[in-house]
Design a protein around this ligand. Structure first.
Ligand code: B3K
Ligand code: ZN
Length: 836
């Protein structure tokens, strides 16, 4: 297949003013009538995208035509078209029941739903399915379903039909339709200009009592966007639908968000604190897209980060405001390193704005989302909070109703703040994580920090140019902070000189002010000093992490880490969540990445053993204090997902994890006594980890087998916690379990993804059985759901980190996948890039 290239962009030949769609619903033969008013754009032939469609009829201005049909759509030559505007009418037939790709119109649990981003609308009808074609949609749905929804405001309904009108021009990827036997939970929100907006969350009967947190998150998001960004909602109605079969987390369709039910449904008994937090942030994220994505959309899919990076940054700000800012920052950096640094260090590395793609669904990545958000954060760091606010106002003013580009985005910052961002643009075009090396010198009251940046080569980009790196810094003297500021490193090498009477302890890249790898150990004892008393909470945490990695990667003596971490753990003046984070060990995958950074090959069994060893040392060093701290963190009274209760539970549960290292029966009583899912699942995971989970697993399953989201946890916990030497056998047996509905992405990800991602030593078992298991299932899923299969292939992206035996085994599986007959374009592209 030929790649699509950014440099080949041409404006649309024809634009669309209005679209009238009529759906006659039928599970196997839905008929879609489309009436499209085309107006001249750049001029030329009319190309309409279409996929898996049966064209029943087509006409232009009422005259029947027989367009030229090809594999990816149809073409009407310019000479067959009227000179000016015209009306195209077509009828197509589609089969939602047979749509296992979950793109376009498909069925989930007997209900109709859609997913159109990025290119799903072309599976519904022939259309210029590209985001720079924005139109006003009117939709009529005919069918027997009790509830029939589409975008915008209701425009009438009766027995067997419903109409919807969306006044805001939108690209086709934001179209949505939902129909089925749904129940709603209702609320309302009054905007700051006094307009009343009806809010509805649609779920299956029986799930109504698990929507409260989602609704509350929605209202808080609406208010926050008004207060912080000055953005009001713009329709009379905002609806969210929860569906069980969904490839992604959620989708921001105009006025009708469709959600993976895992990001809607929650109650204390069925959802963990982490689930509640996820709901809050995904609800916010999709809501925020109404302005950053929908009102201002992307000109083409290369600009994806324009909406995604910005919207992730906005949801991060929101969660930081709702909860604790430093804790949120640490969480976000953990996630960035786990997914994006990993991606950037391997064969799938690509720029935040890629230059080409074969399948755009393969570019909904940690780089486009999370690194994209880091770029926005750096922009804000460079121009300041006020400059950022001015730039955003200008962005909304200048580009509302448009399909914009990264150039447009940077231009508003330049125009609003006077900064020259020519060099900053490299951040969007250059892949790879910059390394920043630091040298220190103290002489005659002058402290000199010399910074040097380099970015290793990435696929297709052997040479890298310097990027502007905002480095927030502070200097700690014996009595506390003596100086602080932000230094922008925009050359290959540059120095910062500060006059101070005594050699200070430098604290660099505070708040993780840039997505780089800081190579800075500093003088002996400096990290212990930062862990003990840095005034920047992020760097305090980072100092501990760096000490732990020294032990896990280099085999250094852990004493400084143990002492410093225990002091933080016992410090009652600190936020319990922060203390829990400081007590956390880097994941096995993170340790493996750091080992690979040093040029050595990774032994996954040793990584696991060393990590357990350090955890045990921490448990021993804490001794009876672990149980005391756990008791002190008890949260009596009714469960709350907000306030300080989640942090206390996290610290208490971390203590339980440590106690379990010394006494494997420790989780038994907590499992039996748990009154919420957070505590219950933690105890269950620990029991399974210790090989004592059988009875608890049976009890848990019996209790929750009717709730798919909880059954997913039951699968994931076994896949992740099974002993590595028999994990393949455990997950293989689980694929035979009657509840393993592998066609449901959540269930598939819980078991197969939960094994490949959650049990590294099991996945990398040296006989290759883990690789074979994952490859078998990937090949099987690819025939049904290419998007989800292709995403799973990322578990192989680190294959070059390992020893020759494992590399050969992984290579063989990649080869087997690549040579599978009828492999999807999605997976073929991923495997091709991973092997290149
Ligand atoms: N924009 C959607 C992602 C769609 C995924 C398409 N493969 C969700 C989000 O980022 O908000
Ligand atoms: Zn998004």
């Amino acid at each position: 297949p030929v790649p699509t290239r950014l440099q080949d962009y041409t404006p649309p030949a024809w634009l669309v003013e209005t679209v009238h769609l009529t759906f006659r619903l039928d599970p196997e033969a839905t008929v879609v009538r489309s009436e499209i008013r085309f107006v001249p754009g750049a001029g030329g032939d009319l190309h309409l995208d279409g996929q898996a469609l049966r064209l029943l009829s087509a006409s232009i201005n009422g005259e029947a035509i027989r367009p030229d049909l090809h594999e990816c759509g149809l073409t009407v030559l310019e000479e067959q078209l009227p000179d000016g505007p015209f009306t195209w009418v077509a009828e197509t037939r589609i089969n939602p029941q047979a749509n296992t790709a979950l793109e376009g119109l498909y069925m989930s649990n007997g209900m109709y739903c859609t997913q159109c981003e990025a290119e799903g609308f072309r599976r519904i009808t022939y259309f210029p399915d590209r985001p720079d074609v924005m139109a006003v949609y009117t939709v009529r749905i005919e069918g027997a379903e009790p509830v029939m929804l589409s975008n915008g405001n209701p425009a009438g309904s009766g027995e067997g039909w419903a109409e919807w009108h969306d006044p805001w021009p939108k690209p086709s990827y934001l179209f949505a339709l939902v129909a089925g036997d749904l129940r709603s939970v209702e609320d309302s929100f009054t905007t700051r200009s006094g307009r009343d907006v009806d809010l509805r969350i649609w779920v299956r009967d029986g799930d109504q009592d698990r929507c409260a947190y989602a609704m509350d998150s929605l209202k808080r998001s609406m208010k926050w966007d008004e207060e912080v960004y000055g953005r009001e909602y713009d329709l009379d109605l905002f609806q969210i639908v929860a569906v069980d079969d969904f490839n992604a987390g959620a989708m921001e369709n105009k006025g009708l968000n469709i959600f993976n039910s895992k990001y809607v449904l929650a109650s204390p008994e069925t959802a963990t604190d982490g689930d509640f937090e996820g709901i809050e942030s995904v609800i916010a994220h999709e809501y925020f897209h109404n302005w950053t994505g929908n009102r201002i959309t992307c000109r083409d899919w290369f600009q994806l980060s324009l909406k995604e990076g910005l919207t992730v940054f906005r949801d991060q700000q929101f969660s930081a405001d709702m909860r604790s800012e430093p804790v949120k920052r640490i969480d976000d950096v953990l996630r960035l390193r786990a997914a994006q640094f990993r991606e950037d260090a391997g064969p799938l590395a690509h720029p935040v704005r890629p230059a080409e793609y074969i399948e755009i669904n393969n570019f909904y990545t940690a780089t486009v989302y999370e690194k994209g958000a880091e770029l926005i954060r750096m922009l804000r760091e460079i121009v300041g909070a006020e400059g950022y606010a001015k730039a955003l106002d200008l962005y909304f003013e200048r580009h509302d109703g448009e399909a914009a580009t990264i150039e447009d985005w940077l231009k508003v910052f330049e125009d609003a703040t006077g900064h020259d961002l020519t060099q900053f643009k490299r951040w969007y075009e250059q892949a790879g994580t910059p390394r920043v090396h630091v040298a220190e010198q103290f002489e005659d009251g002058r402290f000199t920090l010399t910074f040097r940046q380099e970015t290793p080569p990435t696929p297709g980009q052997p040479e890298k140019a310097p990027v502007p790196i905002p480095i927030r810094w502070g200097l700690l003297g014996a009595q506390g902070e003596v100086a602080a500021g932000t230094f922008v490193l925009d050359k290959a090498q540059d120095s910062l000189i500060v006059e101070v009477p005594e050699r200070p302890v430098p604290s660099l890249l505070r708040g993780f002010s840039a997505p780089v790898i800081l190579m800075h150990e500093g003088a002996p004892g400096d990290r212990a000093a930062r862990l003990a008393r840095d005034t920047d909470p992020f760097n305090r945490w980072e100092a501990g992490r760096s000490l732990a990695l020294d032990t896990l990667v280099q085999g250094a003596d852990p004493q400084d880490w143990l002492d410093g971490t225990i002091a933080v753990a016992m410090d009652e003046t600190l936020d319990p969540t922060f203390r829990a984070l400081a007590l956390g060990l880097p994941s096995e995958d993170e340790i493996a990445r750091q080992i690979a950074e040093t040029g050595r090959s990774v032994d996954p069994d040793a990584v696991r053993a060393d990590r357990i060893g350090l955890d045990r040392k921490l448990a021993e060093a804490l001794g009876p204090r672990a149980a005391e701290l756990r008791a002190a963190m008890a949260t009596p009274g009714p469960y709350s997902p907000d306030g300080d209760a989640p942090g206390k539970r996290e610290l208490a549960n971390r203590m339980l994890g440590l106690m379990t290292r010394l006494d494997p029966t420790a989780p038994e009583a907590p499992f039996a006594d748990a009154t919420n899912m957070t505590d219950r699942l933690t105890a269950l995971a620990l029991l399974v980890r210790e090989g004592r989970g059988e009875a608890a697993l049976a009890e848990f399953h019996a209790q929750w087998q009717h709730l798919p989201g909880v059954v997913d946890k039951w699968f994931a916990v076994q896949a992740g916690q099974a002993a590595p030497d028999r994990a393949v056998e455990v997950v293989t047996a689980l694929t035979e379990h009657p509840d393993f509905n592998w066609k449901t992405p959540n269930r598939f990800r819980a078991l197969v993804g939960g094994f490949a991602g959650g049990n590294p030593a099991g996945f990398h078992r040296v006989d290759g059985a883990g690789y074979r298991f994952v490859a078998d299932w990937l090949i099987r899923l690819d025939k049904l759901n290419p998007m989800t299969a292709a995403r799973l292939s990322g578990v192989f992206e680190t294959w070059r980190r390992y020893d020759d035996t494992r590399q050969d085994l992984m290579e063989a599986e990649l080869e087997r996948i690549a040579s599978t007959d009828g492999l999807s374009r999605d997976t073929a592209e991923m495997i091709g890039r991973i092997r290149a």
